[in-house]
Design a protein around this ligand. Structure first.
Ligand code: SAM
Length: 268
């Protein structure tokens, strides 16, 4: 009975989104939501209630998401939610600072206190929209009240937050975030950075940080590993890596072994 009601509820959602149920039968026009619908139908038949509920939540996440978040993150399969969820669990994270966030609010779905910084005007408009808080409230995985602060400014400038007060610092495609904002990260806190703009490489030579794990995306699920960490950040060409060299380069160097994200602990 429960299964049947799930199926009806699911179909209702699909209709509500004006998405035809044809993806069930027409391979060619299958959209992402359609795929989910199909997968969920099979899932409903095969697995238990919890899986059904997770899928329902996923569909809700797609249909209720603020448009820019849906465009840049959900539709591009770039939320990093499984990465953030695992960091929360592994390192007991309750607060996060995300400089150069643009509209990437996924951290707030699993971390109660989040401070975002971005200088772009669309980011300010996005965070001004009450739909953002409403979405986070309806999708968050923790019980606590969600606290979100957005600073519309450069992350190079100070923010009105206590130093050493965050458990997690995020650096994704936004320049040398770690250097400018590490003072807000607690000692023992975590920096998660990619090397798109060279920030992970900079953290690797920064004595404040120690590489403690790497994360790689495998079929939309991040796998965190702390094996063979010494083999990362070895450049393919012989170069003297300095802070200035990385800053002049403006993008990550070519290293012989790479990961999609690097996890550092702040040691001083
Ligand atoms: C390519 S987007 C990446 C956005 C987000 N991190 C993500 O992964 O989806 C880079 C963002 O960093 C912001 N940004 C770059 N330099 C900045 C600075 N000094 N201060 C504040 N924001 C900055 C830009 O405004 C832009 O929104």
């Amino acid at each position: 009975m429960f299964h049947i009601s799930c199926v009806f509820a699911f179909q209702k959602l699909a209709l509500y989104n004006s998405l035809p149920c044809t993806p069930l039968t027409q391979e060619k026009s299958k959209g992402r939501l359609g795929c989910l619908f199909e997968q969920s139908y099979v899932g409903i038949m095969l697995s238990g209630h919890f899986r059904d509920l997770r899928l329902m939540k996923r569909v809700r996440s797609i249909s209720e998401a603020p448009p820019l978040y849906r465009k840049y993150h959900i539709d591009r399969d770039y939320e990093l939610l499984s990465l953030f969820e695992q960091l929360v669990e592994r390192y007991d994270i309750q607060s996060v600072l995300y400089p150069g966030c643009y509209v990437h609010i996924a951290p707030s779905l699993c971390i109660p206190r989040a401070v975002y910084i971005d200088c772009a005007i669309p980011a300010k408009k996005f965070f001004d929209d009450p739909m953002v808080c409403k979405y986070i409230d309806s999708m968050k995985s923790y019980r606590a009240v969600s606290k979100i602060t957005f600073y519309h400014q450069s992350y190079e400038e100070d923010i009105a937050q206590p130093e050493e007060s965050f458990d997690l610092l995020i650096s994704q495609y936004a320049g040398f975030v770690s250097e400018a904002t590490k003072k807000y990260l607690k000692k023992g806190g975590i920096l998660v950075a990619n090397d798109s703009h060279g920030d992970a490489g900079l953290a690797a030579i920064d004595p404040s940080f120690e590489l403690i794990a790497v994360a790689n995306n495998r079929n939309n699920r991040f796998v965190i590993s702390d094996k063979n960490l010494r083999s990362y950040f070895k450049p393919k060409k012989e170069v003297q890596i300095t802070k200035q060299f990385l800053k002049d380069h403006q993008k990550g160097l070519v290293y012989s072994k790479v990961a999609s994200n690097y996890i550092f602990g702040k040691i001083k």
